[in-house]
Design a protein around this ligand. Sequence first.
Ligand SMILES: Cc1cc2nc3c(=O)[nH]c(=O)nc-3n(C[C@H](O)[C@H](O)[C@H](O)COP(=O)(O)O)c2cc1C
Length: 330
Amino acid sequence: MLTTDLCRTLGVELPIWNAGMGGGLAGPALAAAVSNAGGLGVLGMGGLPEPVVREQVRETRMLTDRPFGVNLIMPLLEDDTPIDCCLEERVPVLVLFWGDPGPYVERAHAVGTRLVSQVGSVAEAEAAARAGVDAVVIQGVEAGGHVRGVESLSVVLPATVDAVAPLPVVASGGIADGRGLAAALTLGAQAVSLGTRFLCSDESRAAYKDRVVAATAADTYYTTLFDVGWPDATHRVLRNRVVDEWVAAGSPASGQREGEGEVTGKMPVGGQTIELPRYSIFMPMDGFEGDLDASVLYAGESCSLVNDVRPAADIVATLTAEAGALRTAG
Ligand SMILES: Cc1cc2nc3c(=O)[nH]c(=O)nc-3n(C[C@H](O)[C@H](O)[C@H](O)COP(=O)(O)O)c2cc1C
C-alpha cells in the first residue's frame, strides 16, 4: 500500500531507504538487510578507494538478490575510479552527494544504473533534474552527517516536489518513524532516506550508537569543525567534549585550534588501520580504539526519536506498519 511509482521503477516494494552513510558505516550487512526487508539498501562508500568499493558491492550481492544502491561523496573522490567501478558492477542505483551529477548521467543510463543526486535546495534539485537524473533526494537542515540542506524538510520538500515534477523526490532529514514517513509521502515524497535511525541498527558499523540513543535534538550541533579530510563542509554532530572545548575557546579558525594534528584514535578501514587526527571527518566505527569525546559523532535531530538499537529489518517493518495505519486512517 505504501508502494510508489519510484518503488516500481526501482523494483522495490517499500519507499524506505537507508542513507548511504560513508566510510562503510552503511556496509553490506545494513544495505542487504534493508533491501531484503523490501526497502532500498544503500552502501555508504564515501571516502573509500575503488578496490574497497568493488569488494563491498560484491559482498552485498552475496547477501541479497534485491536492488540496492551505492552512495559516493563527490568532493572525496580523488578520481572517477569509484564511480567507474559502480558502473562496471552495474549497481542498480548510484547516489551522488555534493556535486554535479551531469557528467555521469549518460554513462549510468547506458549500463542500466539509475542515477540519483542528494541535493540541499530547490535550485540544486532543478539543476540535477535538467542534467537528467532519475530522482533527487532533498535534504533538510535537520539532517545528520554532512548537511547541504539549509531549510527545514517540511518546507523544502513540497517546494522541491513542485519545482521538479514529475521527477521523483526522496525526503531526507529528521525522519525516524512511521509518522515521519507518512508525513513525507503526504508532502509529495516518493521515498524517505533515513540516516540516524539506521545508524542505530544492529547492522550499522557505528561505534557510538549508545550516544545517539541517549541524545536529543538539542544535543546536536551544526558546524564546520570536523574538517580534516574535507574542509568547509557543514555537518551536524553530537556535542561532545571536543565540540564544547572549541566553542569555549571562542570557535577558533582551522589552523589555530587546540591539539591539531594530535592522533585521537585509530580504526580499521578497508583492510588497513588508519590513524584519526583530532578534527578528522572519519567517525568511530567497528574496531575503533580511542576517545569518543575527541571524535566526530555525526547524528541528526531525529536522534530525539531514536530510543533503541534494533535489527534493520525490524526498523523497516515498524516504519511500514505505522505509516500504513496512518495512510489508511487518512
Ligand atoms: C553518520 C552519518 C553519515 C552520513 N554519511 C553520508 C554520506 O556518506 N553520503 C551522503 O550522501 N549522506 C550522508 N549522510 C547524510 C544522509 O544522507 C542523510 O541526509 C541524513 O542522515 C538525513 O538525516 P537523518 O540522519 O535525520 O535521517 C550521513 C548521515 C549520517 C548520520
